[in-house]
Write a protein that binds this ligand. Structure first.
Ligand SMILES: [Mn+2]
Length: 301
């Protein structure tokens, strides 16, 4: 497979600074070499330029830095689209989760131009389903899943063209365990499929992934994977933007990625919210590299 890495050092979508160093931390943990070892052709196209928080005012308190985030997402969307056109598999590195709007915009437009839709696996401790009206913080990294599904400010939902990027019937939230009050209602009304931590505990990761992939591939050209590292338990992944106890284990995370690889239906991958400031010895970035490898074909035997 030909893989192109796109770094997006964006941290405007959240309060706690540090995820802007995520792409660097994941590269330092050996991403490129690990993927080459699997036999892939790997091309790193570097980072997208992102403005610093210090360079500007946050604007609307209910959706801070919205304009700048939308601009970054548009640029990422163009690059992702171009990457697919050239026959490369896009691997985006965040940055905070608001970059998902850009990745999904690029992938969905590419498939739309070929008469197809895409599914999405949103693997996350949170639902990221807020809108400026429901968000308690005004941080845009809590809004990208809503935006991809067509809810929220137009400047975000319409990045790089049509909305929604993904239809709710093909969108699956996996690993959720921390939702805001207003967000719960939005999740229910949106029609997305949700497998919470309780579902994973009760049914097991294998069953959850098989059901999720079935939903995400039903009538689509494949599915995008948006992996927020905070889905993994903070014991294993302490270096994330917003840690929440009670997450999936190291092995559950790998199993999920291995099942994704087996499906051969993943059309893009993004790994977000790695925060080296909160990490110990870059282990969360190292885990990110391991999970990317599993999703892209690494097997134990
Ligand atoms: Mn997230």
């Amino acid at each position: 497979m030909k893989i192109r890495i796109l770094g997006v050092p964006l941290d405007l979508g959240q309060e706690r600074r540090g995820v802007d160093m995520g792409p660097s931390a994941v590269r330092a943990a050996g991403l490129n070499a690990a993927l080459r070892e699997l036999g892939h052709q790997v091309e790193d196209s570097g980072n997208i330029h992102v403005k610093l928080a210090e360079e500007q005012h946050y604007g609307d308190r209910r959706a801070k830095y919205l304009k700048e985030i939308a601009e970054t997402c548009r640029e990422l969307a163009e690059r992702v689209y171009h990457t697919l056109e050239l026959g490369f598999f896009p691997l985006s590195l965040g940055g905070d989760h608001s970059i998902a709007v850009g990745t999904l915009a690029g992938v969905s437009k590419f498939y739309r131009h070929r008469g197809q839709t895409i599914g999405c696996l949103w693997i996350d401790a949170h639902a990221d389903m807020n809108t400026p009206e429901s968000s308690p913080s005004g941080n845009v990294h809590g809004m990208p899943f809503a935006a991809a599904l067509g809810f929220g400010p137009e400047v975000l939902t319409n990045v790089f063209g049509d909305s929604p990027k993904v239809q709710a019937k093909n969108a699956v939230l996996i690993g959720a365990r921390d939702l805001d009050a207003g967000e719960r209602q939005q999740v229910r009304e949106s029609g997305v499929h949700v497998f919470t931590m309780r579902d994973i505990d009760e049914q097991g990761m294998r069953a959850v992934m098989e059901k999720s992939i079935e939903l995400a591939t039903r009538g689509t050209g494949g599915f995008a994977v948006s992996l927020d590292m905070d889905v993994v338990d903070p014991d294993e992944a302490p270096g994330v933007g917003t840690p929440v106890p009670g997450g999936i284990t190291f092995r559950e995370a790998h199993l999920a990625m291995e099942i994704i690889a087996d499906s051969k239906k993943m059309v893009s991958l993004e790994i977000v919210e790695v925060n080296p400031i909160l990490d110990t010895h870059n282990r969360t970035a190292a885990l990110a590299v391991g999970l990317a490898s599993s999703a892209l074909g690494k097997k134990i035997l």
